[in-house]
Design a protein around this ligand. Structure first.
Ligand code: GLU
Length: 296
């Protein structure tokens, strides 16, 4: 994939982190666009991370296709893309440290044994019940309320221990959980700003708890609205969201841009589209030309 390291004049490092379970659709483009606009408005770096850890859901060729889609829409990243499937040793090393610090434990509970809702009751936190084998691994979540400011959604607070409980970092199928690897990757890649869809807002407190335990700086966050269909349902691969029309890149860009609440832009090329969109984004979020990013 072509990438251009020209834009980085601030400390800002943002990322787009698609799961290659299929091509980008009009809904996932919204998150890609918002993260791209925010990075460019800050004159920072925009990285692409392929979140292909969940191997059963990965579609062959989807990653390459996604990269092609981004290039067609005029979105270039500033470093070589990172692939989660190439970082398994890193995840293992971090988990080994968590284990040495007694911050994780094996859990034998099956889904059927857990209450249908609410926090994990801590069944295995003091040791496995007699005769049981660990299936998944969980993080010991410290007590307390996690508070943060979301740049789109405003002030947030979640008592992770009380509302979620000790959460899974390694699934019963042996795959590292999204919550674990996203925190390690954002930390190791020095991400200062996360801009993504609002379906991930409820994961943010968990990710901050884990990032703090691992000693990573806490990125600023912005969760943008999801694109919905006429029935108000989130566009997703599961409900066969409309594929992006790459024969009409400007129309496709304008659809996502309007999904973010802006007026359509009468651009004649993708370059002209971004040249018009970036200052509008900067002015809406009061981003000065080179703003200093202070991790929270
Ligand atoms: N890979 C996740 C997804 O495609 C996004 C992860 C993130 O932005 O934190 O939904």
């Amino acid at each position: 994939m072509a990438f251009s390291p020209l834009h980085a004049v601030s400390h800002y490092r943002g990322r787009f982190a698609p799961s290659p379970s299929g091509p980008l659709h009009n809904g996932s483009l919204l998150a890609a666009m918002a993260s791209y606009l925010d990075a460019r408005a800050h004159q920072g770096q925009w990285l692409l991370r392929i979140e292909d850890i969940d191997s059963p859901r990965v579609q062959p060729y989807a990653s390459r296709y996604i990269m092609q889609q981004l290039v067609t829409l005029g979105m270039y990243c500033d470093e070589e893309p990172v692939w989660q499937s190439h970082r398994l040793d890193l995840y293992q090393r971090v988990v080994d440290q968590l284990r040495e610090r007694n911050l994780i434990y094996g859990c034998a509970c099956t889904r059927q044994e857990l209450p249908p809702e609410g926090a994990y009751p801590g069944t295995c936190s003091q040791g496995l019940p007699e005769g049981r084998q660990p299936r998944s691994w969980r993080l010991r979540v410290p007590l307390g309320t996690e508070r943060f400011e979301d740049r789109w959604c405003g002030p947030q607070a979640q008592n992770v221990a009380g509302e979620v409980g000790d959460f899974i970092i390694r699934r019963a199928d042996g795959i590292w959980a999204y919550q674990l690897v996203v925190v390690i990757d954002d930390g190791e890649q020095g991400i200062t700003d996360i801009v993504r869809g609002e379906d991930l807002l409820e994961s943010t407190a968990r990710q901050r708890v884990l990032a703090r335990l691992l000693g990573y700086p806490l990125p600023r966050v912005m969760h943008v609205p999801l694109m919905r269909d006429e029935m108000g349902r989130k566009l997703s691969k599961q409900n066969h969201a409309a594929a992006m029309d790459l024969t009409q890149p400007l129309q496709t860009l304008n659809l996502a841009w309007q999904g973010l609440g802006f007026e359509a832009l009468p651009a004649t090329s993708t370059t002209a589209f971004w040249a018009a969109a970036i200052p509008r984004w900067a002015s809406r979020f009061q981003i000065s030309p080179v703003s200093q990013v202070n991790a929270a």
